[in-house]
Ligand binder design. Structure first.
Ligand SMILES: Cc1cc2nc3c(=O)[nH]c(=O)nc-3n(C[C@H](O)[C@H](O)[C@H](O)COP(=O)(O)OP(=O)(O)OC[C@H]3O[C@@H](n4cnc5c(N)ncnc54)[C@H](O)[C@@H]3O)c2cc1C
Length: 366
């Protein structure tokens, strides 16, 4: 068993001798990291496998280099809100550590009638990380053992252990498995010869996501600061969100804007080539300029990111899903993520917590 210790994320070298742990958690998004921390705290040896080079999943930050400066830009989750007591307590802890700050209580709305501040009765604080949203993932991962660039491509229940294979050829074994990846990505891994209850398969099969094309754009410092920090775009065929990302940072920066395309419009670009994505990005900027302010059409730099599984359309209503594999001495499997408990950072966090609690109960034979 491991105690809490600081371990950097590592990329495993190629090899076939299996790496073993008590529990393997697939996915280093909020749900996976929160779950792994709880399991580690309970004294289990936990290994997190993550397909990307970075941590945080959709709580994502890009470091954009421009004119000799590196600027963090949040291209996934823009901010977080806290409704439940447990998550609120965590938010307070992060505020105390200076990892999180309150960003705004008043978003703007852009609809057919134009641009206006949101309902003043909606006083909900929105929180952000001044260094970028991935700061939270790095904080969560600090005591964990995480293998990055380790995309899990197969899962096999042996008699007493799960056997996992990563794309780079590395094998892993663990007595219990927690999968925190979007359901449409998990289903193909579970379908291959694993006997699962029909109700679990149908819950996984019914989870659907909407896509989102995110456009990141940087502007000249001569642009006068706009009055808004974030704009929800309603009834717009192309645009869903526009955020002044630079307003989250501590030092004064030239304006950086993040635009999110609407689900229907974004779905047109799921298979688009890089030049087609670039063209789509310019179209979205031109559209925003026409609806809002002409300067938006002329950035100094622009990047486009495609989120195939951005936000779940519905959630299962169960904080996590669990089962035992009957043919393999009841090996535990727990599934979690925002598609279970609510399609936001808070939902993923709650789901990760619930997955850890559920697995600990399964392991203690409750
Ligand atoms: C554009 C956008 C805007 C958003 N805005 C907000 C917002 O403002 N506020 C808010 O609260 N939420 C927002 N969200 C939602 C929020 O980001 C998610 O709900 C939350 O981050 C989901 O966390 P998760 O752990 O469930 O999943 P993920 O973050 O998706 O984590 C899953 C992880 O699993 C990894 N993975 C996938 N397949 C494999 C594999 N085979 N092997 C190994 N690893 C794998 C992925 O790389 C990823 O890191 C937004 C999301 C998007 C995309």
């Amino acid at each position: 068993m491991l105690g809490e210790e600081t371990q950097a994320a590592v990329t495993p070298s190629e090899g076939t001798s299996p790496k073993c742990a008590d529990v393997i958690v697939i996915g280093a998004g909020v749900a996976g990291l929160v779950c792994a921390r709880q399991l580690l705290r309970a004294g289990l040896q936990v290994l997190v496998l993550e397909k990307s080079a970075g941590l945080g999943g959709r709580m994502a930050t890009r470091r954009v280099e421009h004119a000799g400066q590196t600027v963090p830009v949040d291209h996934g989750a823009q901010y977080l809100t806290a409704d439940s007591d447990g998550f609120h307590r965590w938010v307070k802890e992060l505020l105390g550590l200076g990892l999180l700050t309150e960003w705004t209580r008043s978003l703007y709305v852009l609809d057919r009638e134009g641009l206006r501040p949101e309902d003043p009765n909606d006083e909900k604080p929105r929180y952000v990380c001044p260094q970028g949203m991935t700061t939270l993932a790095k904080h969560l991962a600090a005591p964990l053992s995480v293998h990055t660039q380790a995309r899990v491509v197969s899962l096999k229940p042996l008699v007493t252990a799960w056997q996992l294979k990563a794309e780079n050829g590395q094998c892993y074994e663990a007595a219990a498995l927690v999968a925190t990846i979007p359901a449409p990505q998990l289903l193909p891994l579970l379908r291959e010869g694993i006997p699962l209850a029909d109700n679990l398969l149908s819950l996984l099969g019914s989870a659907q996501y909407q896509p989102c094309l995110a456009v990141l754009a940087g502007y000249s410092e001569n642009i006068p600061p706009p009055p808004w920090k974030g704009i929800k775009c309603l009834e717009d065929p192309m645009l869903a969100w526009l955020g002044l990302d630079s307003s989250k940072r501590l030092q004064p920066l030239s304006p950086v804007v993040v635009l999110h395309g609407g689900a229907e419009w974004s779905s047109l670009y799921l298979e688009a080539s890089p030049p087609e994505l670039e063209k789509a990005g310019r179209e979205l900027l031109a559209h925003a300029a026409q609806r809002l302010d002409p300067w938006l059409a002329s950035p100094q730099w622009m990047q486009v990111h495609r989120w195939r599984y951005a936000l779940p359309l519905e959630t299962t209503g169960l904080a996590s899903l669990s089962t035992r594999i009957p043919a393999a001495e009841g090996l535990p499997l727990v599934c979690a993520g925002d598609w279970c408990a609510g399609g936001r950072i808070e939902g993923a966090w709650l789901s990760g917590h619930d997955a850890a609690k559920t697995l600990l109960e399964m392991l203690s034979g409750k």
